[in-house]
Design a protein around this ligand. Sequence first.
Ligand code: UD1
Length: 352
Amino acid sequence: MKIVTIVGARPQFIKAAGVSRELRTHHREVLVHTGQHYDYAMSGVFFEGLNLPAPEVNLEVGSGTHGTQTSAMLQGIEKVLIEERPDRVLIYGDTNSTLAGAIAAAKLHIPIVHIESGMRSFNRRMPEEINRVIADHLSNLLLCPSRTAVKNLAAEGISKNVYLVGDVMHDVLQWALGRAKPLAAETISRFNLNPNGYLLATVHRSENTDNPEQLTGIVETLNNLDEPVLFPVHPRARKHLDRINYRPAANVRMVEPLSYFEMVIMAGDARMILTDSGGLQKEAYWMEVPCVTLREETEWVETVDTGWNRLTGSDPEKIVNAVRNFQRPESHPVLYGNGHAGRQCVELIEQN
Ligand code: UD1
C-alpha cells in the first residue's frame, strides 16, 4: 500500500515516530512536512532524536493567519496527492496541517486515516476543536486513543470504522524512557536543578498566549511560586511574552524549547507539571507526575477523573492552590493503551 502521511507541528513528529517505523516495514510511506513548524528546535531536532525518516516533501508553508496557513498547505498537499496517487492519507491530531490534509484528500476521494480521532474539548473557540471536528467527519478510518473519544464520535453520529487503539504517544514514550535514562543526571544538572526539586511549565495555546491578561496571570504566578520553575518557551509564547514585557523572577528559568529526550527527562523528574499542552498532560500521567492544566477544560478527562490532573485555567489563585496542596492519588490505572497502539493502527489500516 502507498500511504501519504501529513505532519507539520511538533506533536505530530512525535506521533509519526510511533507509526512510521511500523508502517514502513510493509508499506511505502511518503512523508509530507507542511512546514507549519520550521525552527530547528520545533522540527529538525525531533526528526533527528526520534529517528524519523526525513520528509520526502517539505511544503515550507511557515506561519500566517489560519486562512493563509491552511490554504497554502491545502494547495501544496493537493499537488502531492495528485502526483503520488496514494491508497490512503494518514493525518494526526488537530492542527492546521491535519485540517488541510483532510480536506485535500477528501476532495480527491482518497480514504483518510485519522490517528488521535474523537478528542473533543467542546470549546469551538479553540482552533484545534474546529480542526478535529472537520477531520473526523471527513475520515474513513478513525483510530481513537480513549473510550471517551469513541463515545464523542458516536454522539456526532460517527460509528462506522471507529476503533479504540490507545495512544501512539505512549508507544513513543516507552521507547524513549530507557534511552533517556543514561542522559538524565547530566541533563538535569545542565539546567542547574535537582530531581523532584522543580516545577516544569509550558504555555502555548492561543487562548492563553494571545490574551495579555491571561498570559500575565500565568507567568506572574510562576514568578511568585517559591520553588524553581523550568520554563521552556514555545515561539508563539515568546512573541507574546516580549509584548507584555515579561521579566522572569530568579526562580524561573526561561529556556528554548526542549528536544523530545530533554522533555522526557525534565518532565519525568519534575515535582509537578504546569501546562496547557495536551501531550504533556498525558506524559505527566504516564510518568506519574502530578499535572496542573492551565485550561478550563481538557480532552484528556481521564487524567482529571483519576486525580492526577487539575484544571485551573489561568486563575493565579487556583494555580497556586493546586501547586501547593496537590494530593498525590494512591492508584494509577492504565490509561490510553498498552504501548502497542502504532502496530494496531497499521493492522487496522491493512484491514480497512
Ligand atoms: C500548533 C497547533 C497546536 C499544537 C501546537 C504544538 C494549530 C492551529 N495549532 O500551534 O494545536 O498544539 O502547534 O506546538 O495548528 N513559530 C515559530 N517557529 C516555528 C513554529 C511557529 O516562530 O517553528 C511561531 C509562528 O511564527 C507563529 C506561532 O509560532 O506566530 C504559532 O505557530 P502556529 O504554527 O500557527 O501554531 P502553534 O501555536 O505552534
